[in-house]
Design a protein around this ligand. Structure first.
Ligand SMILES: Cc1ncc(COP(=O)(O)O)c(C=O)c1O
Length: 403
């Protein structure tokens, strides 16, 4: 199918959602009943998700971002409070703190795992710190033991950004169930998707209850419950400030069928990742994802580090340009790649508002500039994956040399 020189017009995307007849039938059901806003299917999805992760309950919401905001808002965080967040993450992690009027304190990562460095968290704790937000980036659990120990020692809340974390475990526990809160994403780049969507888990029932109310404009009784009640003509008292962060029942219905597939999807993703690990091991310039002993990686993304030599800040511009040449080489041969994510401290808003310079958090900067995400999806064939591998091998021989 592909020519020897890896040319041709193949298109291997970075990911593909997996939808089947079960999903198509599921989204019809709320359309047929006419109840399309948050209702019984959202509730079923919450229960199915909680059972999968081992959590007591879940609060479905419109995205992981709104789930993170709900968690911080439910804790009552506001101006003067600080939340410690790794810089190498999707901007939404830090934005959630800003939405509350709190200050995100961006800290550096461990370049070996791409996850937050617990020593950097410890160094950033002040009298204003109220919470730590570890991110289980790309499906790899953050180093939770020292993080939980710091939280306990300093009386801090832990909000796990588990956007990428479905199926990811830390010492056997599902991520998102270790701290006070865990927020997940169902964006199509994630293992299961509802288009947009999120799920907030919380250890304490009072936090679940509060997040449920705040998700729905502050209403203590949901619209669906009100419509079942004899006094459904009366509106809720709206005792506190809330938001419209509800998930629709169309998404909820899709979530229930997506969760049925989750074990199979995760198994396929892990098998593909293992195959990359094996077949890319001989490429001296590409470091494949780490697998620390405490974690079971779920490979929401397969993110490598472009490292033909040990990265340094001085050598970074040259290495960054060479990484981009490899990515362009792959794109020209029909293979989509992406940088892992961004270094939030270098983004315009954060640099301007909080005065960060790019070199302030060097490992986050290096991760942004040297990471390469490879295509990975459960329907991927051996042939497709072999093409990706062949292109990377050809890039070693030609793309990098012609740099
Ligand atoms: C680490 C991380 N946090 C938060 C989010 C935000 O998720 P959502 O798009 O569901 O709001 C993402 C999305 O990709 C993410 O990767």
């Amino acid at each position: 199918m592909w020519s020897d020189d890896c040319g041709g017009a193949v298109q291997i995307p970075i990911t593909k959602p997996w939808f089947d007849d079960d999903d198509f039938a599921a989204i019809r059901r709320p359309l047929e009943t006419g109840w399309v806003v948050q209702g019984p299917y959202v509730r079923q999805f919450e229960q199915r998700f909680a059972a999968f992760t081992g959590a007591a309950d879940g609060v479905a919401c419109s995205s992981c971002t709104t789930g993170l905001h709900l968690a911080l808002a439910a804790l009552g965080l506001g101006p003067g409070d600080e939340v410690i967040v790794p810089s190498f993450t999707w901007v939404a992690s830090a934005n959630a703190a800003v939405y509350c009027g709190a200050t995100p304190i961006l800290v550096d990562i461990d370049l070996a795992t791409f996850n937050v460095d617990p020593d950097a968290i410890e160094a950033a704790i002040t009298s204003k710190t109220k919470a730590i937000m570890p991110v289980h980036l790309f499906g790899l659990a953050a180093d939770m033991d020292p993080i939980m120990a710091l939280a306990e020692e300093h009386g801090l809340a832990v909000i796990e950004d588990a956007a990428c974390g479905l199926g990811s475990r830390h010492r056997g526990r599902h991520v998102g169930t270790i701290g006070d809160f865990g927020a997940f994403s169902f964006h199509p780049r994630k293992a299961v998707t509802t288009g947009e969507g999120g799920m907030l888990l919380a250890r304490e029932t009072r936090h679940i209850d509060r997040a449920r109310v705040m998700r729905d404009h502050g209403a203590s009784r949901s619209d669906h419950a009100r419509h079942q009640d004899a006094d459904g003509f009366l509106l809720s008292p709206f005792a506190e400030l809330g938001y419209n962060y509800r998930m629709t029942d169309i998404q909820g219905a899709l979530g229930t069928t997506q969760m049925k597939k989750a074990p199979a999807v995760l198994e396929q993703r892990i098998a593909r990742a293992r195959r990359y690990d094996e077949k890319l091991a001989s490429l001296g310039w590409l470091r494949t994802p780490a697998a620390p002993e405490y974690a079971t990686h779920s490979y929401q993304s397969y993110v490598c580090l472009f490292a033909p030599e040990a990265p340094t800040l001085d050598g970074l511009p040259k290495l960054h340009a060479a990484r981009n040449r490899v990515m362009r080489f792959a794109a020209e041969r029909g293979v989509a790649t992406r940088q892992g994510t961004h270094a939030v401290h270098g983004l315009g808003y954060y640099a301007r508002r909080f005065g960060y310079a790019p070199d302030d958090l060097p490992r986050s900067l290096m991760a942004e500039q040297l990471s390469i995400t490879l295509p990975l999806y459960p329907q991927m064939t051996d042939e497709e994956q072999d093409h990706v591998i062949a292109v990377l091998k050809a890039a070693s021989d030609r793309g990098r040399r012609s740099a």
